[in-house]
Design a protein around this ligand. Sequence first.
Ligand code: FAD
Length: 465
Amino acid sequence: MKVIDKIREAAVCADGEGAGSGKVVFSFEFFPPKTEDGVDNLFERMDRMVAHNPNFCDITWGAGGSTADLTLDIANKMQNMICVETMMHLTCTNMPVEKIDHALTTIKSNGIQNVLALRGDPPHGQDKFVQVEGGFACALDLVKHIRAKYGDYFGITVAGYPEAHPDVIGPDGMATLEAYQNDLAYLKRKVDAGADLIVTQLFYDTDIFLKFVNDCRQIGISCPIVPGIMPINNYKGFLRMTGFCKTKIPPEIMAALEPIKDNEEAVRNYGIHLGTEMCKKILANGIRTLHLYTLNMEKSALAILMNLGLIEETKVSRSLPWRRPTNVFRVKEDVRPIFWANRPKSYITRTMGWEHYPRGRWSDSQSPSYGALTDYQFMRPRARDKKLKEEWTVPLSGIEDVCEQFKKLCLGKLRSSPWSELDGLQPETRIINEHLGKINLKGFLTINSQPAVNAERSDSPSVGK
Ligand code: FAD
């Protein structure tokens, strides 16, 4: 679903209290981690954060296109594994139109409907943005291209700069009135060309943001403007980021940070306090959307939302026993095999490559569509891939072989199964595994079972806990 439609829905549906009161929605931004372990850990973190029901999450596009493949992969998993409405950033830096289209068609085929269209910064080591041959010069061109080529499929977000774009901020830390107004006029052109949402650059002076929103309205920009809030996590990082973005730092913030700058915890707590106060003021001015730059950290963003009463520590809300799919092609699915009920994040990913079932891997090996067990079909931690391939990429000449394979799994002769993260079956299955083996040999393939264990003691080694 498009983020803009979710924001509009929330605007007229305030916790069931009727139209008009405007529910507050929030979102989280992440960036692609540098290491493989970092990526794995990011998904775990996202999973925990998504349990608090953000309106959407976005993933950045590395400077100069440096993380293109990783960003695409993470975006896909966010939408289809974490099941959160995902917005992918896309920049024009080093991106001829073919690469832009590759990225857009990839996310489209993965059921993602949201793009943050950006020009991008100059590649590392260069001062000025240079349009690559066969590419675009600015975000406006990218927005026009997306609308022309993909029609209404994508919701398009663009960047807005409450203090004007850093390129036009002078040595005194300010843009001239003319430069600020040019920036606004250009923002309006991005919206007129088809962008339906604006997310802002980080800021620490809330009045500047509120004035920016007002100025946008004055020149006819009517789409939602989402404030980008970056909680201060550590002093040096804060100075680096605000220096890079040429962000104005109100003197009272510097005064509060100066005496605590070497105490990381105190700085983080102050960042939470400041972020909370900024958001309170923004919400008090009628804005109902908050976008948190998490820097891949969880604590500060969640603490701010808790302080605002927007989330509760223990509350995990789900309308179904599993997380609803967000993939636009699968949103209507409301049935799951029971086995997956308590593993909501895996079902969509696991079944992504199964659309040709039963003409795919588990079928007649003479068939032209008989496929191999690919990594794509079994997206799971790398360590498991090898075991799975060894045990499940075996010659199958008929249904009997398939039944035999399932029987082996039930009898504990295989250590892995394509549909479970666990090693082998649970100890409780031993109570019925001989029966399961026989059932499978009769052609009823079992993927799930529940032995009857009424009145068993809770310290039983096999069925207790
Ligand atoms: P544009 O909208 O094209 O504008 C840049 C500047 O040029 C503006 O001052 C504008 O007024 C001026 N300008 C451009 N074209 C014209 C024109 N035709 N006429 C008049 N003025 C023009 N960078 C990344 O590399 N990856 C990311 O994932 C990323 N995410 C971001 C997310 C947000 C919310 C924001 C605010 C920034 C993000 N950036 C990211 C940084 C961004 O790429 C840089 O700020 C970049 O320098 C400008 O991108 P833009 O899309 O704002 O550019």
